[in-house]
Design a protein around this ligand. Structure first.
Ligand SMILES: O=C(O)C1=C[C@@H](OP(=O)(O)O)[C@@H](O)[C@H](O)C1
Ligand SMILES: C=C(OP(=O)(O)O)C(=O)O
Length: 444
């Protein structure tokens, strides 16, 4: 096991020569927060198994409680949410959204449609993350949402509007897919007598997340007609109904760190909780590792990676897996040649400007990095330099850079310092313990 020294503001990771083992993944953030909201909007009680326990889900659970939705935790892995059939018992609330995009965007739409007097705000970075396309789409059909700070960004004040009976809505899809997800999830609440049609303007990004949305809506009894990625229709008269119980898959984005570790430093490393039939697009991260030369095997509920020596650089479009693509930027340190990740402009409006942060921190390790408006190219150094990695309150920066400790031959005796490691709590509070669990040997 690798040794870790925990300090309040940083953690020092020892070099790791070999990784091996099995990691039980925490629940998927994307599935957890969608399931919580759908369960709250449904008729009947929903038992949710393996919900993610992290900052982002706490924010959603807290908001639902403030809105009068009853839920209880039965044991470590089981929650029950008592749905209110599309109504909310509390009509006035001040809701803290942290930095959870999967909470603020869908809740904004649901609250604007159901109606009441609500304020939504978050951490300072949340107030720099765009929400204007969603607000415009909702206000255009009669919602009443105002900005209380800077136009286009949270905080928001939502008042009771008058949603038009017959709607054709339109939303931009090229900044975040979460705006379309938010409208889709609220569409059945609007489609009382007439269909709701949502047209997408511009090229829709992060498409697999829309598939997660449609899949979960189906499980709660609502079907959406789809005309490619251009237009979505919800027929009237559909209501969310509890499926009784629902299981949350392991998080495929969280899986990427362990699968990359196995591909870089020996393996086999197996992640449990996602498998070949996962509904999460980020399982396709494993395809990218295969393209780089690793061996990947997939089961019903697990994926495993093994290294075949040095990885090969790739140049590809990663618009479909923006979160897991960050892991590849660091895995590129172990590839022969220059790895280029393309079509990832959305990195600029997430937990931090991830294109800029990634370039800055990879350069500290000695990599040659080209940062473009929507791409990043990484050429590894001959030897990875030890460094103190700033994480910008971005869980994925912290998790990705733990990989820079692998294959310790270049850095015998040098440690990697990860600043503010607790930021992993957004999606994976026990990340560093799990990472230590697959580090099987010491260098010394
Ligand atoms: O809908 C979701 O669950 C998510 C969509 C993606 O965001 P964008 O659509 O903004 O790329 C992703 O980065 C985020 O972590 C989760
Ligand atoms: C972009 C992310 O989060 P959010 O759901 O807040 O958009 C992420 O988890 O990488």
């Amino acid at each position: 096991m690798t040794q870790q020294k925990q300090y309040p503001h940083f953690t020092d990771l020892e070099p790791v020569m070999h990784v091996e083992g099995v990691v039980r993944l925490p629940g998927s953030k994307s599935i957890s927060n969608r399931t919580l909201l759908l369960a709250a909007l449904a008729e009947g009680a929903t038992t949710i198994h393996d919900l993610l326990a992290s900052d982002d889900t706490l924010v959603m659970l807290g908001a639902l409680r403030s809105l009068g939705i009853r839920w209880e935790q039965i044991d470590e892995r089981t929650h029950i949410v008592h749905g209110q059939g599309g109504t909310l018992p509390v009509h006035e609330a001040d809701l803290f959204m942290g930095n959870a995009g999967t909470a603020i965007r869908p809740l904004t739409a649901a609250l604007a449609v159901i109606g009441g007097d609500y304020t939504l705000h978050g951490v300072s970075r949340m107030h720099e993350r765009p929400i204007g396309d969603l607000v415009d789409a909702l206000n255009a059909v009669g919602a009443q949402i105002e900005y209380t700070g800077v136009e286009g960004f949270p905080p928001l004040r939502i008042r009771r509007g008058h949603i038009h009976a017959q709607q054709r809505m339109s939303v931009r899809g090229d900044v975040s897919s979460q705006f379309l997800t938010a409208l889709l999830m609220s569409a059945p609440l609007m489609a009382k007598e007439h269909p709701v049609v949502i047209d997408v303007e511009g090229e829709l990004i992060s498409k697999p997340y829309i598939e997660i949305t449609l899949n979960l809506m189906r499980r709660f009894g609502v079907t959406v007609e789809q005309d490619g990625w251009q237009s979505f229709t919800v027929q009237p008269g559909q209501r969310y109904a509890s499926p009784g119980s629902i299981h949350v898959e392991g998080d495929a984005s969280s899986a990427s760190y362990f699968l990359a570790a196995g591909a870089i430093a020996g393996g086999p490393v197996r992640v449990e909780g996602v498998g070949r039939d996962s509904i999460q697009g980020d399982v396709r991260f494993a395809d990218a590792l295969e393209m780089m030369g690793a061996t990947i095997t997939r089961g019903d509920n697990w994926i495993e990676s093994t290294s075949n020596g040095v990885l090969t650089a790739i140049d590809a479009d990663f618009n479909h897996i923006p979160d897991a693509a960050m892991t590849l930027a660091v895995a590129a340190l172990y590839a022969e040649g220059t790895t280029t990740l393309r079509n990832i402009a959305s990195w600029r409006v997430k937990e931090t400007d991830r294109l800029s942060a990634m370039a800055t921190e990879l350069r500290k390790l000695g990599a040659t990095v080209e940062e473009g408006p929507d791409y990043i190219s990484v050429t590894p150094p001959a030897e990875i330099q030890p460094a103190s990695i700033d994480t910008y309150d971005d869980h994925r920066m912290a998790m990705c850079f733990s990989l820079a400790t692998l294959d310790g031959k270049a850095r015998r005796g040098n440690r990697m310092r990860i600043m503010d490691p607790k930021c992993v709590a957004k999606t994976f509070p026990d990340y560093f313990e799990a990472f230590a669990g697959i580090a099987r040997n010491e260098l010394f």
